[in-house]
Design a protein around this ligand. Structure first.
Ligand code: GDD
Length: 317
């Protein structure tokens, strides 16, 4: 069994590679020349890396033609919401064209493989109070160019399944975190600031954006298991929510993180961290996926936050 992971050097890609190796799957991953390798350096010799620019159809065709994988986990994306306001065209192009190139290459080479598409709860965007917990049938009302790019990926997956019979399973994953989470994302950003303060590398002031937003967090190690099960047991052409079924405000998450530290910290709002429009609440209903695959999140959020903070503490030495 050979699996191709696009974006293997990223946060989720590195955890998925570890998970697949533990299942004796042969792992190939795409990287770009500018990819940072620190998340996967410990896997050297156990995974194979191929340089591929997903936006370039020729690059993708030669990758798919040469590798002919059994499974494709398409994780590579511009995934930070604020960046999508600063460079909306780049986000749309990167996320949509990259996926189209994969679908076209699979179709043209007649590769018989299962493809998982990493879509997002950001597609739901504006959610009415009576619509939570959110089911897959909820209207999509994205509030950022990133959310729109994920809606496009979602619809293209549906269309390529219907038009050409490709075996595509789409996961709409709610927020996820854990060790190696990129430092721009809220849980990691706050944990890193706390670790820097503890290490005396920064004055005891923690900068924040909108603390009132509510998010549903799942541990990345549960998420990669869900991606595997999506291809093992999920139905082609279907969309599944991956979530914990619980949500908290960003303020509550921050309080939990601060509770793991003994230093006194002042909280300050940084206006640059506020967004033109923020999604107020994301709380997912994962019943459909659970009924199909038996998956449920197992790692408690308190453990995830502790592991994340310890990860940043270890980076300080
Ligand atoms: N990044 C960040 N930094 N967010 C902050 C901060 C801060 O200092 N302070 C408050 N927030 C709020 C944001 O306004 C948002 O409401 C929430 O914290 C979460 O922000 P992010 O961690 O940046 O994640 P996201 O919810 O925008 O998007 C993430 O989840 C999606 C799934 O719902 C990303 O991982 C996406 O790639 C993913 O698809």
């Amino acid at each position: 069994m050979k699996a191709l992971i696009t974006g293997i050097s990223g946060f989720v890609g590195s955890h998925l590679a570890e998970f697949l190796l533990s299942r004796q799957v042969d792992v190939v991953g795409t990287i770009r020349q500018r990819s940072r390798m620190n998340h996967i350096s410990h896997l050297q010799g156990r995974i194979r890396l191929v340089e591929c620019e997903l936006r370039d159809p020729f690059s993708v065709e030669s990758l798919i033609g040469a590798e002919k994988p059994d499974l494709i986990f398409h994780l590579a994306a511009q995934s930070f919401v604020p960046t999508s306001w600063n460079s909306p065209i780049d986000t749309i192009h990167n996320n949509v064209a990259g996926q189209l190139n994969i679908f076209e290459a699979v179709r043209r080479y007649g590769v018989s493989c299962k493809i998982q598409i990493a879509c997002s709860s950001e597609e739901y965007g504006h959610v009415e109070p009576h619509e939570v917990p959110i089911k897959e049938t909820n209207p999509l009302r994205p509030l950022s160019p990133y959310g729109v790019s994920k809606c496009a990926q979602d619809f293209l997956a549906y269309q390529y399944h219907k038009s050409y019979g490709l075996h595509i399973v789409t996961t709409r994953t709610f927020n996820h975190t854990g060790p190696r989470r990129g430092e721009n994302f809220v849980t990691s950003n706050f944990a890193k600031q706390i670790a820097e303060i503890e290490a005396g590398k920064k004055p005891p002031v923690l900068y924040v954006g909108n603390l009132d937003a509510k998010r549903d967090f799942t541990d990345v190690r549960d998420v990669v298991k869900a991606y595997w099960m999506a291809l093992e047991k999920g139905v082609a052409g279907e969309v599944y929510n991956i979530a914990s079924g619980r949500c908290c405000t960003i303020r509550e998450m921050l309080e939990q993180l601060l509770g793991l530290s003994s230093v006194q910290i002042e909280i300050k709002e940084d206006p640059a961290r506020l967004r033109p429009s923020d999604v107020e609440i994301l709380l997912g209903d994962y019943t459909k996926f659970h009924n199909q695959t038996g998956w449920k999140p197992e790692i408690p959020f308190s453990q995830t936050l502790k592991d994340l903070l310890d990860y940043w503490r270890a980076q300080m030495v």
